[in-house]
Design a protein around this ligand. Structure first.
Ligand SMILES: Cc1cc2nc3c(=O)[nH]c(=O)nc-3n(C[C@H](O)[C@H](O)[C@H](O)COP(=O)(O)O)c2cc1C
Length: 330
């Protein structure tokens, strides 16, 4: 039987930065629109990871699916960072209260995914189109396996082409919706100083776009951000990818969305260890009427797919900003 000590008693006896370190690693997780919709709390006998509903994106994510997937991504990083520093962890999830973690004492041990945490990024660039060796594909599939989640990996060019066409069709739907575009624009950060000051949002340089003063960025967005230009970019990016991964939860509820986030983070960190880059192409998940087509495409008819991402070999881009720890600890 494992004896679990309380996290905060460990906190009291351990050097003070331990809690901050764990939170820091957790906040490096992938999350929708980089809103970072999480808060962390060290209680008397547990640590909590709470949803921050003030950071919802109601247009693209009306039922908070992405928000809970993002929490799952942070949860997995927290668990990996804890394991690497000698704390086994158990977590439970309550739809009202978020995740509760208990930590067990143990010896610090090297964790292969831990070192990849600060290096992982969403790389929205063209990749080189090279195939991934089978043993690395197997490692990715193994990493993304968690009970309650199906991971489908496509490497066949015909299937990748079908996914590309679906993503582009959905992108056109989204960019024709003024509410979607207005919400997206709210989270764009054109200027490095603004991006670093706010510590959130989609920073131009990280998304492969030029940096400029905020006023000019807003104008340039209105003038040059068109469905045609974005679709052309998406076409080239998907065609240059080695493969596509699709995560499908067994059920469409918050608990499964958290598990999908955890599985996805393991996949992304394993990809990072293997020298691969990844980027989400979630349009077919976000345009609700197209979800059935996506499910059919990956042989999961009747299910609600959760995440689509592409992977391949590509350049390292500037990293996305993060909010300071003080703003996420409550
Ligand atoms: C649930 C979820 C949905 C996402 N959807 C998209 C997407 O459709 N397109 C995209 O380019 N990035 C998407 N992302 C990636 C985030 O924008 C990215 O994680 C965030 O900006 C932080 O950057 P980083 O991953 O480089 O740390 C998504 C991430 C998550 C967790």
């Amino acid at each position: 039987m494992v004896e679990y000590e309380s996290y905060s008693s460990a906190l009291r006896t351990a050097p003070a930065p331990v809690f901050a370190n764990l939170v820091h690693y957790a906040t490096l997780a992938a999350n929708g629109h980089n809103t970072q919709p999480w808060r962390f709390h060290a209680g008397t006998d547990e640590m909590r990871l709470l949803p921050d509903f003030g950071r919802r994106t109601p247009v693209v994510d009306p039922d908070d699916h992405h928000l809970f997937v993002s929490l799952g991504c942070a949860a997995e990083k927290l668990a990996i960072a804890a394991a690497a520093t000698g704390r086994s962890s158990e977590a439970d999830f309550d739809p009202k209260d978020g995740l509760r973690f208990w930590f067990g004492a143990g010896a610090a041990r090297a964790h292969p995914l831990f070192d990849a945490i600060p290096r992982r990024q969403s790389t929205r660039a063209r990749y080189d189109g090279k195939s991934v060796p089978n043993r690395d594909l197997d490692a990715l599939i193994e990493a993304g396996k968690l009970p309650g989640v199906r991971l489908i990996v496509l490497t066949d060019r015909l299937q990748i082409g079908r996914m590309r066409d679906l993503a582009i069709a959905c992108n056109s739907v989204q960019l024709a919706d003024p509410a979607f575009v207005a919400e997206l624009k709210r989270w764009l950060r054109f200027n490095p100083r603004t991006a670093m000051t706010l510590g959130d949002g989609l920073f131009s340089a990280s998304t492969g776009n030029p940096v400029m003063p905020d006023w000019l960025g807003q104008r340039a967005f209105d003038l040059f951000f068109t469905a045609q230009s974005e679709n052309d970019k998406l076409f080239r990016q998907i065609d240059s990818s080695s493969g596509i991964a699709v995560f499908v939860g067994e059920r469409a509820d918050r608990a499964h969305w958290i598990t999908v986030g955890r599985a996805c983070q393991r996949f992304l960190l394993t990809a990072t260890c293997l020298g691969l880059k990844c980027a989400f192409i979630n349009q077919p998940v976000e345009v609700a009427p197209q979800r059935a087509n996506l499910a059919n495409l990956v042989g999961e008819t009747g299910k609600r797919p959760d995440l689509v991402l592409r992977f391949g070999y590509g350049p390292t881009m500037p990293y996305a900003p993060r909010r300071s720890l003080e703003t996420v600890v409550v």
